[in-house]
Write a protein that binds this ligand. Structure first.
Ligand code: AP5
Ligand code: MG
Length: 192
């Protein structure tokens, strides 16, 4: 298995690049944000509880997202690898993920960290909010709260993986194709 974490702040292009990467490398895409939004659409209890938290721009409890990832790993036993998008977001989630992968004799091969400055992030998300229907995109206050939460709890995830030399920084500004090329270059280096 070849497992990738696509890392970066809200609006850095994780979802956009994930679509291209899973097609190119035949990976299973696991986005905890998408999984949570499916629960919201299905009006499950978990979804209702998560929505209240997501609408404030805060993080859902670790146990909830780790449980979703555990099920997704178990339900895809023949996957060639996983692309984690928006997960892990805390050090506790990173440790849990490492343990889950270890149970499957696997590990994270690379953490690709998209770097985009804050004003560009806000601009992108406000723009997406015009059409996305995502309630956490509708106003600047929530978007800034998501970025604050990222700085407080998620940037340390990159430090966690740095100790294992797994992190590669990627400039997340430019055309979608330019960024995709930079991601591919780093992945191909490790695959060959
Ligand atoms: P999640 O769904 O993961 O959202 P996010 O991390 O806030 O990031 P986004 O999905 O908004 O951005 P993205 O990086 O995917 O960028 P995209 O490609 O869409 O999480 C939502 C919420 O769920 C969290 O706040 C939290 O509450 C909860 N949650 C999820 N996972 C969790 C976890 N593990 N633990 C706890 N809670 C969790 O691009 C953004 C926009 O920019 C798009 O309009 C796109 O078209 C545009 N764009 C993309 N690339 C470019 C480019 N190169 N140039 C210009 N525009 C571009
Ligand atoms: Mg996304």
């Amino acid at each position: 298995m070849f497992n990738i974490i696509l890392f970066g702040p809200p609006g850095s292009g994780k979802g956009t690049q994930s679509e291209k990467l899973i097609a190119k490398y035949h990976l299973k895409h696991l986005s905890t944000g998408d999984l949570l939004r499916s629960e919201i659409s299905a009006k499950t209890i978990l979804g209702l509880e998560a929505k209240a938290i997501m609408d404030k721009g805060h993080l859902v409890p670790d146990a909830v997202v780790v449980g979703m990832i555990r099920s997704a790993l178990d339900n895809n036993p023949s996957a060639q690898g996983f692309l984690f998008d928006g997960f892990p977001r805390t050090v506790a989630q990173s440790v849990a993920l490492d343990n889950l992968l270890k149970e499957k004799n696997s590990e994270i091969n690379i953490v690709l960290a998209l770097e985009v400055d804050e004003e560009e992030l806000v601009k992108r998300l406000l723009n997406r909010g015009l059409t996305s229907g995502r309630s956490d995109d509708t106003n600047e206050e929530i978007i800034r709260a998501r970025i604050t939460e990222y700085k407080a709890k998620t940037t340390v995830v990159a430090d966690y993986y740095k100790q294992f030399n797994k992190v590669v920084k990627i400039k997340g500004v430019g055309t979608v194709e330019e960024i995709f090329d930079a991601l591919r270059f780093e992945i191909d280096k490790r695959l060959s």
